[in-house]
Design a protein around this ligand. Structure first.
Ligand code: BGC
Length: 353
């Protein structure tokens, strides 16, 4: 694996940010910056060997410092939402920033996506570390987080997350890349085909917090067990599609145990032939169809991003788990290690889907 580090920019408060480029022997190249651990670019071949960047992003640090919907970033300390920005742990109530209506979203106003991470020596790939101090954004515990990005010659980008704490806390980390397998800035992902390995999903209330119900996908627009075009039912008036303005839901992955890697999703784009397999150790995946992209942001190719110009496949524990005891626990206690792995594996299909 090739590894090149270079200066990327200086934040508005004067901190140096670096960019690391990972390359492999199969024409793939991934760029990650130390600001937010953001994956700024994934360049991968199509079925004719044409290389394109398949993730949304920007071309400058200033753009990443401006408000944006978490392009490519590490989302945390708690990816997705916590209802009313409050949770109780060991009898104590913790209050977080309300940065999404009255809820907390993706770790608060200055989450892990807006912190400068440190590059650690590693033979495995790019290892980024960050110490989130006790009380940061309202979360308890000094949390030591490590995210390792590695790229193999089979075009698999692996992301390994680990964390430890000195005080009981909660944690839920994900990568928030927006994929467009036809190429970033090339238009809508509605023609992409998607398979989600999930018999059930979590319906949400008007503020996108799970109601607590675990609903079958069968017979609804949420059935992706057999791959179908993302756009096939995206205009359905199913009440959950109306609430989400499209897909913005956690799917519960079918898995035999609660720790091994499973194929969570397969995304393919018929014209380019590019295919993305998402494997994870997590119990859920948030499928977000880029509903709130409004044409206001100018991306790295200098085109604006409109609704559904990219989609997210965020491997995660379920939203609002700290307030929903029947969901898998997101608690982390001193002496235990938080561990999570997600693999984004790229390939090509020779036939038009
Ligand atoms: C959420 C969306 C949100 C987006 C950008 C996704 O993970 O599910 O509701 O708009 O992130 O913040």
């Amino acid at each position: 694996m090739g590894f090149i580090k270079r200066p990327y920019g200086i934040t508005s408060d004067g901190v140096q940010v670096d960019e690391v480029t990972l390359t492999n022997a199969s024409s793939m190249e991934v760029k990650i910056i130390t600001y937010g651990g953001i994956v700024t670019s994934i360049r991968t071949p199509d079925r004719n060997g044409e290389i394109a960047n398949v993730v949304l992003g920007f071309s400058s640090l200033q753009d990443y410092e401006n408000p944006h919907p978490y392009f490519g970033a590490v989302a945390g300390r708690y990816a997705n939402r916590i209802a009313k920005a409050k949770f109780i742990l060991d009898g104590k109530t913790y209050t977080l920033a309300q940065n999404n209506g009255e809820n907390s979203l993706h770790g608060g106003t200055k989450g892990l996506d807006r912190r400068v991470w440190t590059v650690e020596e590693s033979t495995a790939g790019l290892a980024l570390t960050y110490l989130s101090p006790d009380g940061e954004e309202g979360f308890p515990g000094n949390l030591v987080i490590k995210v390792v990005y590695s790229l193999n010659d089979e075009n698999a980008l692996q992301i390994d997350y680990t964390a430890t704490t000195d005080t009981p806390t909660i944690i839920n980390l994900t990568n928030h890349s927006y994929f467009n397998l036809a190429g970033e800035g090339s238009g809508s992902i509605e023609n992409h085909h998607l398979m989600l390995n999930a018999d059930t999903y979590l319906p949400v209330d008007a503020s996108l917090i799970p109601t607590g119900e675990i609903a079958p996908v069968m017979g609804t627009p949420f059935d992706f067990l057999i791959a179908k075009a993302v756009g096939a039912e995206i205009r359905s008036s199913h009440p959950q599609m109306v609430i989400g303005h499209g897909y913005d839901h956690n799917f519960i992955l079918n898995r035999a145990d609660n720790q091994s890697l499973v194929l969570a999703a397969q995304l393919s784009e018929p014209k380019s032939g590019r295919v993305l397999d998402v494997l994870t150790t997590e119990p859920g995946i948030q499928f977000y169809s880029g509903n709130f992209l409004t044409g206001e942001l100018i991306g790295s190719s200098r085109n604006i991003y409109r609704q559904s110009d990219g989609l997210c496949l965020e491997t995660q524990h379920f939203p609002d788990s700290p307030n929903q005891p029947h969901f898998p626990s997101t608690e982390l206690r001193p002496g235990n290690i938080y561990q999570s792995t997600t693999i984004f594996k790229f390939s090509v299909s020779q036939t038009e889907a």
